[in-house]
Structures are given as structure tokens and as C-alpha cells.
Design a protein around this ligand. Sequence first.
Ligand SMILES: O=C(O)CCC(=O)c1ccccc1C(=O)O
Ligand SMILES: [Mg+2]
Length: 364
Amino acid sequence: MRIIETRLAPSRLEFVRPLKTARATYAAREGFLVRLVDEEGRVGQGEAMPLPEFGTESLDTCERVLRGHLARLGEQLIADRLEAIPEVFTEPGTGSSWAPAAAHAVELALLDLLAQRRKVPLSQLLEPNARSEVRVNALLTAEKPEALAEEARQAVAEGFQTLKLKVAGRRLAEDEARVRAVREAVGSQVNLRLDANGGWSEGEAAQALDRLSAYRPELCEQPIPANELQGLGRLQQQAPFPLAADEAIASPELFPLLLKTASGVPAARVFVLKPMVLGGLLPALRFAQQAAQLGLESFVTSSLDGVVSRAGASHLAAALPSGRLASGLGVGRLFVREEPPEHPFRPVQGCIRLPETPGLGLST
Ligand SMILES: O=C(O)CCC(=O)c1ccccc1C(=O)O
Ligand SMILES: [Mg+2]
């Protein structure tokens, strides 16, 4: 394929209310939307929404690198093969300019085009046996136990079977009251996922996981800081339920160490794949396949980004080796307004049913 036109537009998504994690509070998300037009007039869409706390480049670097990628795109003939796509935005010999959000945007727009050219949904370009729907979790954002319980009841009434709750950054007794309130509100059949965003020390985590296990969590994301891979592996050996590495998967260079830490065990039983952080869908898929061969599971989440990225992440989720764990892609309702406003990637009954149209399945 040949790219005959490229477009870059800034994008900003305002949260309905600020989202607090153990590490940061977000009022809005900012990034860029990319459009690539091929020689037959098809339009491929991509999006970059950097999240520097998770190891991506800054907004400024993202724009600079993205403009460079787009300038080079017009100068080459790109083979109509999956393997050819990464070569477009990995400049030979410049390993230092790792800008995953910029790479994600270009990769996604090219994948959208390639899938349209092959006349298949993006999920099937990634994996011929991709599933046709993905289950998603509801992200609960309230702070107090009573408000959380109400939010949880409402999510279950809307059809969500997996709820996710941020923990850490406050006293364990408070978190215990919050987790208990949610469990009591929804009963034993709903999956309750915890996310500490690295907010505990190893000792605190051991105590918290032990205490919170009484409420039967499905898993806990990132109990301790991202760089403590051996500590995470140790905690997982002791923990009464699965731990999930999230912030720890800061770049593809770490993949081998996550699957086998210095002590010989994997860092966790589950891996959270954020395509924006990993530089695209293809590196994320490759990692999930390696993990699955070792009996380790993965699920996909957005990094709180826009419709275009979540559409790509939904196709990736459908292509993963297993769809058992719900994906973190139901965050659209946290934003005041989205672009495009109408799209098929809104969960219905806790499920995103993938469009059958070729490519991403987003109108342009
Ligand atoms: O999983 C979800 O539902 C949403 C994704 C999410 O929580 C998230 C979004 C941005 C940054 C970090 C995280 C996280 O999982 O820690
Ligand atoms: Mg997380």
C-alpha cells in the first residue's frame, strides 16, 4: 500500500469527575488522532494518548515523534503484510527514541488499512479464530463504601459480571471496608478485581492480600511498585489468589524478565496489556501468546484513551489466546464527551460485540 495523505489532530477527553489512583489524579486525557489515506482512498485511523506515569513518552515528545513518522510514511511503499508494519515506525539504529504512544497510533492506522484491504475485521487480521465479542469490566470510581456499593449494584444491573476497584493509598482498614461493601452489595457470583497501582510496599501488600482474600477477589493488579519484579514473583508465590503485572510491563524489553524473573518464577500469573504502553497491538499480542505457552493469562485494558484506541484494543482482546478475563475497555462513560460520539464499542450487558465490517469498524 501507499499512503498518499496523512492527518494529525489534537484530541482532549475531559473526565466527568477526576479519576484517582494510588499514583495520580486525572482530570482529562490528551493526545492525537491520526488519519492515513491509502492510494485507493481508504482511511485508516489511529490514536496516541501518552501516559508518562506508565512509561510512555510525554505529550511533546509524542507529537514530535509522530510528526516524524507521518512525514516518512509518504515516502515508501509498504508491503501488504502484518510483518511489514512495525518496520514503518521503528527507525533502524535508534533504539533510544522509544515512543510507544506514537508507535501505537501509526501501527493502529496501518492495521486498520491493512484489514480493510483484506476485507476482514481487524481482530481476524490478528487471529483468524478471533472471538466475536469481549467481556469488559466496570471500573468503579467512588471513594466511600456506601457510594461504591451503589455504583457496584448499578454496574451489575447494567450486566457487568466483573467489577474493578482501586485500592492502596489509604489505610488498609478503609480499603477493607470498601472491598467488603462491594462484595456484600453484589453477592458471591460477581468477579471482583482489585488494582493497587503499585501503592503498597511488599510487606504491606502481603498483609493486604491476606486480609482482602476473605472477599474472594478475582485478582489484584500491581500490588507493589513496577520495578520490583522479584518482589512481585515472591508475593505471587504466597498470595491466595492471582496477581496481575500491569505497570511492571513498562516496555517489550521486559517481556523475558516478566515471564521468568531472576529467581526463575514468573513475576505474576496474569498480565495486563496496554497497547498504548507497549507500542501497539502486535507487541501486546506476541507477549500474550508467549505467556499462554507458559500457562499464564492476559487481558487487555485501555490506558483511559479515546474510542479509536479502545476499538483497536477491543479487536486485540478478541484475538488473545483466552478471553476468560474481562477486558478494561468500558471507560467511555467516564468521559464528558467522545469523538466519534456514536460507535459500536460501548459495552452492552457488559460485553462489546465487535463490528463485522472490515478494519477497525469505526466510521470516518
Ligand atoms: O481497567 C480498566 O477498566 C481501565 C484501565 C485502568 O484502570 C487504567 C487506566 C489508565 C491507567 C492505569 C489503569 C490501571 O489499570 O491501572
Ligand atoms: Mg492497573
